[in-house]
Design a binder for this molecule. Structure first.
Ligand code: ASP
Ligand code: MG
Length: 424
């Protein structure tokens, strides 16, 4: 019986969170457990800001690092008091790696620098969690994920070398878990030259799935600050509903359309090995939460995914020729080379419309590139709502006081690009 538990930054943002994690582990000591942790609280954002400041040769990088160090030290003081000098030293040594980087001139490749700095958030959080578990009598071992998750050198978006990764995990991990709990880092990997990579923001869920699928674990649990997967983000809706059961298929659809509860890459490796994924509350950790698995016993609860700050771009031929396969393929080449992700699209005889996130730099480049061949019109400040398992009532609910600029419906999914109607 092996399982993987993943704890995100919010669950270990303070000493109380780490104690709560230990409580959850204590209740599961009958299982062979791998614990995957993210960086504590908002540490990744802080390290990201530090990496950018260093790259831009700003003067305040040492103050920024001090703040991050203090935050972790305060958590450790609350957990260990003045004991456990070894843990304090271990964490201090990890931060020294950043200090060394800051002393050198920045490397030309920002993405490389980013990964060497930002990855330390997970290194440090995993060291603290591991030390705390041991201090409470749970025998735990710290594992360096960079020796297991092997990637290429696409910094900030490391591509996993599955064969190498699976070999490393299968040959070492089961024997370790037989003896003790293991704690490792989400989000980070290593290249064949032993440089650190990251797997993309919020990538810790994906790490948990990679480990679990490699050892064919019995289950993965993602511990979150919500009771499970809800049918809408409580940020947008006051009345949300917990979905007790979701199929892998629906989970992939929901993350594809922008549901942020789970990282989109997480489901596939689990689905391939039929490993159930639980999403549970670390606050009410006795509640069952949501399970994502194979069985189609799921009731089809309509779910809503909102994306704001959208741009609708319509691409038209300059000379009234039809938008045909050839021009579509040309347009997609341009989208691909500009790394623009299409959130929804629709074509007609004389126009092709796409809805994309408003990343101003990217969009400006894209529009200027498209304009050399096509007539381009665009509309900013829009919302995209996706309803999975829609009906008229749910459509009416989200379109109240909105005007709909574009609507795309398939059998189960309805997407609408809308803007607010002027008041009055
Ligand atoms: N700490 C990383 C991030 O915030 C990875 C994660 O949380 O999954 O993006
Ligand atoms: Mg995080």
């Amino acid at each position: 019986m092996s399982e993987v538990y993943k704890f995100g930054g919010a669950s270990i943002k303070d000493a109380e969170g780490v104690k709560n994690l230990a409580e959850i582990i204590r209740l599961a000591t009958n299982k062979q457990l791998l614990i995957v942790v993210s960086a504590m609280g908002k540490t990744t954002n802080a390290l990201e800001a530090l990496a950018m400041a260093y790259h831009a040769r700003h003067q305040d990088t040492h103050e920024m690092l001090e703040e991050i160090k203090n935050y972790h030290e305060n958590i450790m003081l609350e957990l260990f008091g003045n004991e456990n000098r070894a843990a304090f030293d271990d964490v201090a040594n990890a931060f020294v790696e950043i200090e060394w980087i800051l002393e050198e001139d920045p490397h030309d490749d920002f993405d490389y620098t980013y990964d060497q700095i930002v990855s330390l958030g997970e290194v440090v959080s995993s060291k603290i969690v591991n030390a705390y578990l041991n201090s409470t009598g749970i025998s735990s071992r710290w594992l360096d994920a960079r020796g297991f998750i092997h990637t290429d050198n696409t910094y900030r978006e490391g591509k996993v070398n599955w064969d190498k990764t699976q070999n490393a995990i299968v040959s070492q991990l089961p024997a370790i878990l037989e003896k003790q709990v293991a704690v490792t880092q989400g989000f980070i990997g290593g290249t064949s030259e032993n440089f650190t990579t990251t797997l993309g923001r919020e990538g810790s869920d994906y790490t948990a799935a990679i480990f679990a699928s490699s050892i064919k674990a019995d289950a993965v649990t993602i511990w979150k600050d919500v009771p499970g997967v809800l049918n809408a983000d409580p940020k947008w809706f006051d009345k949300t509903e917990l979905m007790p059961h979701i199929s892998y298929h629906d989970a992939i659809e929901l993350t594809y359309y922008g549901a942020t509860v789970i990282h989109p890459k997480t489901i596939k490796p689990l689905q391939n090995k039929s490993i159930p994924l639980y999403v549970r509350s670390f606050i009410h950790h006795g509640s069952p939460g949501t399970v994502i698995s194979d069985h189609e016993k799921a009731r089809h609860i309509p779910s809503f995914i909102f994306k704001v700050d959208q741009v609708l771009i319509s691409i038209l031929p300059k000379d009234y020729s039809f938008i045909i396969e050839e021009s579509l393929s040309h347009i997609f080449d341009i989208l691909h080379s500009n790394r623009v992700k299409v959130n929804t699209m629709l074509n007609s005889a004389l126009s092709f419309s796409i809805c994309v996130d408003n990343d101003p730099e990217k969009i400006k480049k894209l529009i200027s590139r498209l304009s050399s061949t096509y007539k381009v019109v665009f509309n900013e400040g829009l919302e995209l709502v996706t309803i999975r398992y829609y009906n008229q009532q749910t459509i009416d609910r989200v379109t109240l006081n909105k005007s709909v600029l574009l609507e795309v419906k398939s059998r189960h999914t309805c997407q609408m690009v809308m803007k607010n109607l002027p008041a009055g």
